[in-house]
Design a protein around this ligand. Structure first.
Ligand SMILES: NC(=O)c1ccc[n+]([C@@H]2O[C@H](COP(=O)([O-])OP(=O)(O)OC[C@H]3O[C@@H](n4cnc5c(N)ncnc54)[C@H](OP(=O)(O)O)[C@@H]3O)[C@@H](O)[C@H]2O)c1
Length: 328
């Protein structure tokens, strides 16, 4: 089969479509013909040689895809060939065929195509576990969502809106903030023009945010601490703004009883991912049918243009997802 491979770790120019051996299908696995792939920042890190697949997973890039089942392992009871599914996988989605554990496959809602479905899994599952499992979001809470126009951000806004939260987002441009507002954000902060921590205090009557979904890490750490309310939670999903922080005043953590938790979805065990997938399927997939949730797709490119897709994501221009389309 063909797959997108990394000639050598480095820039996007090292990505090419090449011939590789097809994957073996385990007893509990489905072989899926990939129709569309969602691009993720993790792919960029993997391309640079900084984020290898977890042990036992395909060493090819690719965390999510949508496609059609062409073969079911001998102990698969839940699926049949020719069903349309999408899934988050620990690796291997940048290929014509990928294996998916039967517990991690989700049916594509009838009103959605492969291109849209390929943009749901990674960002919605991540946002769902960050808001509800780790962040304990409740109705009327104020949630601060950083990088609101990102893939994860646009998913988190929609889920938080449906949960009845007040939503403050940060983003770098008026166009990004407008999109966040259209999706349900109550307030937007252009962090390049104003100090978000001061603005969050103003917007919440000095109470602060009950939950902060962070993807910056070091750059925002101090401001996040001063933006969090009493009993606030900070969920760190990425370290795009660095990993080392100097001279932090820890007193807000103590005095305001702030909980700080980090998480990556990719390295979670099968049991965790099975439970998350099942709960998301039950609670959220029906909302894609009614339009209360929607995949936010910035652009679709043929998979041969993967280098251009990576460059575009690295330039921070996308609002929502970038999708790679495979030929029929
Ligand atoms: N932990 C997990 O389980 C998990 C799962 C999925 C994704 N992630 C991570 O979450 C992050 C967001 O993913 P995504 O797919 O939503 O990305 P995305 O769609 O590519 O959006 C990323 C956006 O983040 C903003 N940004 C860039 N550098 C930043 C910095 N230093 N500080 C704050 N914001 C910055 C930019 O928006 P502005 O122009 O508005 O600044 C950029 O467009 C990535 O780092 C990804 O690897 C983690």
């Amino acid at each position: 089969m063909k797959a997108i491979v990394i000639k050598k770790p480095g820039g996007p120019e090292n990505l090419i479509v090449a011939e590789v051996p097809p994957p073996n299908v385990g007893e509990q696995e489905l072989l899926v013909k990939v129709k569309a792939i969602g691009v993720n920042r993790a792919d960029i890190l993997q391309r640079k040689g900084l984020y290898p697949s977890p042990p036992g997973a395909s060493q090819l890039m690719g965390l999510e895809m949508a496609g059609i089942i062409t073969k079911c392992g001998t102990k698969c009871t839940r699926w049949q060939t020719n069903e349309r599914i999408f899934a988050v996988v620990p690796g291997g989605a940048y290929a014509e065929y990928v294996v998916v554990h039967q517990n991690l496959a989700m049916p594509i809602p009838l009103n959605l195509g492969y291109l849209e479905a390929a943009g749901i899994g990674e960002v919605f599952l991540t946002a769902y576990q960050a808001l509800f499992w780790l962040g304990e979001l409740k109705r009327n809470d104020t949630v601060l969502i950083h990088a609101g126009a990102s893939g994860v951000g646009t998913a988190a806004i929609q889920l938080a809106r449906n949960a009845g939260a007040n939503i403050i987002v940060t983003a770098s441009s008026p166009a990004k903030l407008k999109r966040c507002h259209d999706l349900g954000a109550t307030h937007g902060i252009n962090y390049q023009a104003e100090n978000f921590a001061i603005r969050v205090r103003e917007l919440t009557g000095n109470r602060g945010a009950n939950l902060i979904i962070d993807v910056s890490g070091a750059e925002y750490f101090k401001q996040n601490l001063t933006s969090a309310a009493i009993d606030g939670r900070i969920v760190i999903l990425a370290l795009m703004g660095g990993r080392n922080v100097d001279q932090v005043d820890l007193s807000p953590i103590l005095l305001n009883r702030i909980k700080i938790v980090g998480s990556t979805l990719r390295n979670r065990n099968l049991d965790y991912r099975t439970k998350l997938t099942a709960e998301f399927t039950r609670n959220c997939l029906p909302l894609f049918k009614t339009g209360q949730l929607q995949p936010i797709i910035d652009r679709v490119q043929p998979w041969e243009e993967v280098a251009e897709a990576h460059r575009y994501m690295e330039s921070n221009q996308n609002i929502g997802k970038i999708i790679l389309e495979l030929p029929d």
